[in-house]
Design a protein around this ligand. Structure first.
Ligand code: AN0
Ligand code: CP
Length: 313
């Protein structure tokens, strides 16, 4: 694997899933893979889970790990041919090439602007790192995708499913701030490759990019979506159409026990961080059917499987 920024082929996903399951059983058996290798993680945005689980994954492989809050570093220019007399201090051409000399793998977290859809969906930041780095690049959530999250989500569904092809519902939920579409985009991208019956539900105006949603079943009727569901995956995102806008904060979309009662005793999932009693009611997230903590645990095994592969190549 050269870099990890999107969803690989189905066969590759199945191989990665098997690897992650083995790693989870005995994480220390893979210690030799990363000896004398360095993992550099650059965070242009906040993180708790991705940072710690990816660091832990690197350490489990015997790697040396360096994380940097890159938003404190020199402001990086991404535009080709830019006349850099503004507030950017160095070009990604230098930054990526220099960091490549210190790292065997470079992880990048960079959220979208939510202002310029074209630039965000071209993945300006992570694409530039892939272009100018001389080592593999690992997405820690880019403008339009969060593949390590989705891989961990798929691993979690595999572990908790009680039927061969579970009904998995991605439900939009309210949030006070404008959030990226990266998590839902990736979730749909990975679930469409998995063996699940995927249903997406959101209010009018919140449809995801056609590139991601493809032919997945979408309904604006949340209750219909919840009927018979085996997994409810809650997430807020801002509008793709009216790019970055908050069109609704309707509390009727909050995940409540009343709605969960429509499901087939569905497990509740969320990538975290989650706003309690806005996205999901306490009664749901504190119930035995909530598996968000186990889901977050799987971030380590997903990251370790991906890092192992990146190192192997
Ligand atoms: C981010 C998002 O929605 O993309 C990160 C989630 C993993 N969430 C927030 O900013 C709350
Ligand atoms: N789920 C997730 O990526 O969380 P962090 O933003 O804390 O890394």
């Amino acid at each position: 694997m050269k870099s990890f920024i999107a969803a690989p082929e189905v066969s590759e996903i199945n191989r990665l899933l098997a690897l992650a399951k083995n790693i989870k059983k005995s994480p220390q058996d893979y210690r030799q893979a990363g000896i004398h290798k360095t993992l550099v993680l650059l965070f242009f945005n906040p993180s708790l889970r991705t940072r710690l689980s990816t660091e832990k994954a690197g350490l489990n492989l015997g790697m040396q790990v360096i994380s940097m809050n890159a938003d404190n570093g020199w402001k990086i220019e991404f535009e080709e041919g830019a006349i850099m007399n503004g507030d950017t201090a160095e070009h990604v051409k230098e930054a990526a090439a220099v960091v490549s000399q210190y790292a065997s793998v470079i992880g990048i977290r960079s959220f979208p602007t939510l202002m310029n859809r074209e630039k965000d969906y071209q993945e300006e930041v992570i694409s530039a790192f892939v272009k100018y780095a001389t080592v593999p690049v690992l997405s820690l959530e880019s403008a339009t995708r969060h593949p390590l999250q989705s891989f961990a989500d798929l691993l979690t569904i595999e572990e908790f499913k009680q039927k061969d092809k579970p009904k998995v519902v991605l439900s939009w939920a309210p949030h006070p701030r404008a959030l990226p579409q990266a998590v839902p985009n990736s979730f749909v991208e990975w679930m469409r490759r998995g063996h699940v019956n995927l249903v997406v539900t959101h209010p009018e105006g919140y449809h995801l990019s056609p590139e991601f949603i493809g032919d997945a079943y979408v309904t604006t009727n949340q209750k219909e979506a919840f009927e018979g569901a085996d997994f409810i995956y809650a997430k807020n995102w801002s509008s793709f159409d009216q790019y970055g806008a908050i069109l609704s904060k309707d509390p009727n979309w909050t995940i409540t026990a009343e709605k969960m009662a429509l499901t087939s005793q569905a497990k509740f999932m969320h990538c975290l961080p989650v706003r309690r009693n806005v996205v999901v009611a306490d009664e749901v997230i504190d119930s035995p059917n909530a598996i968000h903590i186990a889901q977050a645990n799987n971030r380590t095994w997903a990251a370790q499987a991906v890092l192992y592969d990146l190192l192997k190549d």
